[in-house]
Design a protein around this ligand. Structure first.
Ligand code: CO
Length: 136
C-alpha cells in the first residue's frame, strides 16, 4: 500500500543557487549529502507536510546528467511514496505489471532506509521511488 508522500525530488543544474532560492523563502535546508551509489548529491528542504529533495549530479555516470541535458533549467524528477514493507510492495507491483528498475533489490537511500524505483512507463510517465518506513 502507498503511504504518505515522503518527498518530491527536483533535479537542479546549480545546487547552490537552488539552496539560496529556498533559503530566501525561509525554508529550512539540510547540508548537502553525497550518495555515490545513486550518483547524486542531495539536499532536503523541510516543509510542514513533506520534503523537497534537490538532486545534483555526482560522478561520471550520474542518472541525473541526462535528465538535466534534456531539462537544462532543472525539473521535477521523481515522487517518493512511503511504504510499510518494500518486498511486499515489490510483489504487488509485479502482480500489476509495474517493473522495478535496476536489480530489483532495494538500495539504501538518503534517509538510511531501503528504496526502490519503478519504471516510469509503467507508472503514468512518472518516476516513482518507494521508501520503506517502518510505522507502528
Ligand atoms: Co528521492
Amino acid at each position: 500500500m502507498l503511504g504518505p508522500v515522503n518527498h518530491i525530488a527536483i533535479a537542479v543544474p546549480d545546487l547552490n543557487a537552488a539552496i539560496a532560492l529556498y533559503e530566501a523563502l525561509g525554508a529550512q535546508v539540510s547540508k548537502p549529502q553525497d550518495l555515490p551509489e545513486h550518483g547524486v548529491t542531495v539536499v532536503f528542504i523541510a516543509l510542514p507536510n513533506t520534503k523537497i529533495e534537490l538532486l545534483y549530479p555526482l560522478g561520471e555516470n550520474s542518472p541525473i546528467a541526462s535528465f538535466l541535458a534534456k531539462n537544462p533549467s532543472g525539473g521535477i524528477h521523481h515522487i517518493c511514496f512511503e511504504v510499510n514493507d518494500i518486498h511486499d510492495t515489490c510483489e504487488r507491483m509485479a502482480d500489476i505489471g509495474v517493473r522495478i528498475l535496476g536489480s530489483g533489490e532495494p538500495k539504501i537511500g538518503a534517509h538510511g532506509l531501503p528504496v526502490l524505483f519503478t519504471h516510469p512507463k509503467d507508472f503514468c510517465g512518472t518516476l516513482v521511488e518507494l521508501e520503506e518506513v517502518a510505522r507502528p
